[in-house]
Design a protein. Sequence first.
Length: 114
Amino acid sequence: QVQLVESGGGLVQPGGSLKLSCAASGFTFSSATMSWYYQAPGKERELVATITNGGSTNYADSVKGRFTISRDNAKNTVYLQMNSLKPEDTGVYYCLAWYKKPYWGQGTQVTVTS
């Protein structure tokens, strides 16, 4: 079955960096569009970044220039490099795979605080 396992979250100070990973299995990863979403406390889940199977990327305005999404099809993994982190980036980050239908990971917590 499809599995998405996020990792790399943690506690970081403002201005710091984290790199999230999402390891995928159970489907043809190279054919899927992959996205990262985040959900701040008490708010709805929001799209952060997307990378298509062709490598095209798209970002939320709030993270442009700070976050980079990438993928390694050989490792069935999608990444989110997060730089210049702000307190408002705090939340649970989820990996989403679009392969015939959407599949979600379980999420990884990112906390940005001094």
